[in-house]
Every structure is written in structure tokens, then in C-alpha cells.
Design a protein around this ligand. Sequence first.
Ligand code: UGA
Length: 441
Amino acid sequence: MTNLAVAGTGYVGLVAGVCFAEMGHHVTCVDIDEDKVNLLRDGISPIYETGLEELMRKNYAAGRIQYTTDYQAAYRAADAIFIGVGTPEQPDGSANLSYIATVARQIAESIEQDCLVVVKSTVPVGTNDKVEQFIRDFLVHDVKVEVASNPEFLAQGSAVHDTLHAERIIIGTESAWAEELLRRIYAPFQLPIVAVNRRSAEMIKYASNDFLALKISYMNDIANLCELVGADIQDVAQGMGYDPRIGNQFLNAGIGFGGSCFPKDTKALANLASQHGYELRTVQSAIRVNADQKTMLYKKASKRLITFNGLKVAVLGLTFKPGTDDLREAASLENVPLLLEQGAEVHAYDPVGAANFARLYPEGAHGKGSIRYVSDPEEALTEANVCFILTEWGEIRQLAPEAYHRLMRTPLVYDGRNLYEVAQMRDANVEYHSIGREPSL
Ligand code: UGA
């Protein structure tokens, strides 16, 4: 058992802390927000994540995890401190490192024994060299401190599973002492460990995320071409996926990638390259394709309809993907404002994300348009003139093609997630437009 502290109780920090506790370590999670800490102690997670609260309660009851705002006490006794605070995007696309700097300073002022500081947050290559120097500059006690990079590969919605069953653990260290300590901490997970130097570890995180973003943008680009030449992207993806060099995952064309990672990490890497006088053309292209793809359906629908003014528009799904209440960089944030500007009456449904969306767009009038939130997808479809499917929630996928025909005033559907077979929608007499496939009519 090792004494671990975790700075930050967001996605990365909280999930890591809980999983370390589950593996038998003694963990103290630190957050500056007193209210959040109180909720955590009550077993309430600030994020929606399958299985997380169950593990929180179990490990809290077993005394393996604690939550506190008292960072000094937590850091003083830690063998290793994991940093999982945010690195939000700045207006120029670079990563904002101010939260990391604050934690680094607190660590320097608190530690009283040799300690390994492990950065889990996604940071530009080279940052951890600076974090180490920064901590050493501000050290109060004469102790050994080193910084390691240990990037996180969990996806929202499956964070606990991804952590406990990760394909690999990347550890980036500059000494045998740091590598051995991290190997020991991760030993109970029984997962493959890739040990590299610190800068390579930092780069593995960006290169992996940006590769996946590239894959998605590539499929979206090909999907748009499929529409022009009469091919079907679903069939194309299936045929491609059999080749193990390509792989059959992340080939789904749609309305672009959202979330807190791909949009930010593509821009951050392109930005890092340009700081070094290099143009990262592949990643820049992925960013450009993605920006266009987000409003692809809206553009298609605008060509088909004279106006959205006064039309009842059903919007099914608001979050950037299912299994989360997160709206960051979601296509809904671009499409709904466009619809409202055009005077549409939006009836929005999302099983989990509606409350967050309503904070940004409260129910009622917005300029010429208006928005209402409904608690089931059928209600959104009732008497609608047009429907946009933006997130592939199971509740939406389950709707039968006939439901669109039966409930809508005009069964006109724009599906950004290719949830239905075109032929099924055709048979149900629904005018169906999707991504990279022929329309049903
Ligand atoms: C992503 C990565 O998948 C994780 O490995 C990584 O650890 C995480 O970022 C991170 O850096 O923290 P996440 O953003 O939670 O995870 O979500 P994904 O499931 O990867 O989806 C991202 C976006 O891509 C979603 O908008 C999704 O709809 C879209 N997507 C995904 C597609 O459009 N097509 C696909 O085939 C797959």
C-alpha cells in the first residue's frame, strides 16, 4: 500500500483516485471547492459516470479514500502526488497551465518527504520539465522531488472501465527511482506498462488523441465524397475495418468530434508545432474538416427548407456523445443557436444533458425562436416539421422508423449519427437524410 494524493477531482483526478483506492492504495483527493468535497464525502460524484459512485462509496467505507481541501496535510504525507487538474484551451489554441502551476506551488510548499509528482493532465510536450524546475525552485524542505508524466486514456462515459482495463499504462520518467515507484503503484492493475522518457510520454497522449481525431475527420471527409458519388459510408467503413492495419473502431462518420479532448488536443498540438516553426498539416486538416462537419446537417436542411421560421424542430440529443452530461464542443451548441436565430420552435430531448443545456438556453423565447425541453423523444417529435438527431443515445436509437412517420407533421429527419438503415426509413415513408449515404427519397 502506498500513500497517494490526487490533486483535482474532475474526470481525470477523481476516477484515478477512486481506481487507485480500489487497487488497495490509500488515497487522499484534494480539491479547492469545499462544497464539492462535502458531496464527495457523501458519495456523490460531480460527474455522471457509470459505476463511479458505487466505487466511491465502497472505498470510502473501507477507509481507502478521503476527500479534503487541506492540501498541505494531503501532500505532506504522500509518497506520490498525482495531478489531474484541467488544462483548458486558451483563445490561441494553446493549453492554459495556470491550474497546474497553482498545484505545483502548493506541492513545493507542503512536501516534507521525498515525493514523486505525477502529471496525468494533458500538457504540451516539455511542460513537465518546467513543472519539475518550478517545484524545485519553490521547495521549502530539503527533500527529493521528481516529476513523471502518466497520461490518461479514459473516455467519458466509460471512465472507470477504461482505467481498470486500460490497454496500456504510459509512464514517462527520468530516473530509475521514479519508474520503479510508478511500476509498483500500477502493479495491482496487472496491465501492460510502457516506460519511456517524460517528453515521449507527453507526446504519446497528444499523438494518440490526434490520430483518433484524424481518423474521424478522414471518415467524415470520405462520407461527404460518398454522398457526391453515390457510395455508402457505412458499407465503406465496414469494408475498411476488416483490415487490421486500419482497425474497425472510430470509423463512424457523423457530425464531427466534440468533447473536452479531441477539439482541444488537436489545436494544442498544431499550436505547439507552430511555436517550433513547423506546420502540422494533417492535424490542421482534421480541425478544418471537423469545423465544417458540425453544421453539415443544418446546411443540408437549409437547402431543403425555405425557412425554419415558425417550424417546430425536434432536436434529439444534446451532449457530445451518449453516456455523459457533457456539452463541451457538442454539435448541438452550434446547431441549436442557428435554428433559434432562424426563428425555429425547438423541442429538445436529451436523457441526461438537457439540464446543462437549459442553463445556457433557458426554456422560452430566444430572439425570433424559442426552446422547450421535453422528457421523452416521442414528445419532441409530436407535430414536428423536421427532426435533427445529434447524439446516439439508446433511447433515441430505440425509436422505430414508424414513430417518425406517425408523430411528425412532416416526417423529415436529419440524422447526424446514421442510426437507421436508409431502406427502413424509406419503407416507413420518412424522408431521411444522414451522413455519407443517399437520402431515402
Ligand atoms: C477521448 C479518447 O477517446 C480517450 O482515449 C481519451 O483519453 C480522452 O479523449 C481524453 O483525452 O481525455 P472522449 O473525448 O471522452 O475520449 O470521447 P470519445 O468517445 O473518444 O469521442 C469523442 C468524439 O468523437 C465524440 O463527439 C464522438 O461522437 C466522436 N466520434 C467518435 C465520432 O464522431 N466517430 C467515431 O467513430 C468515434
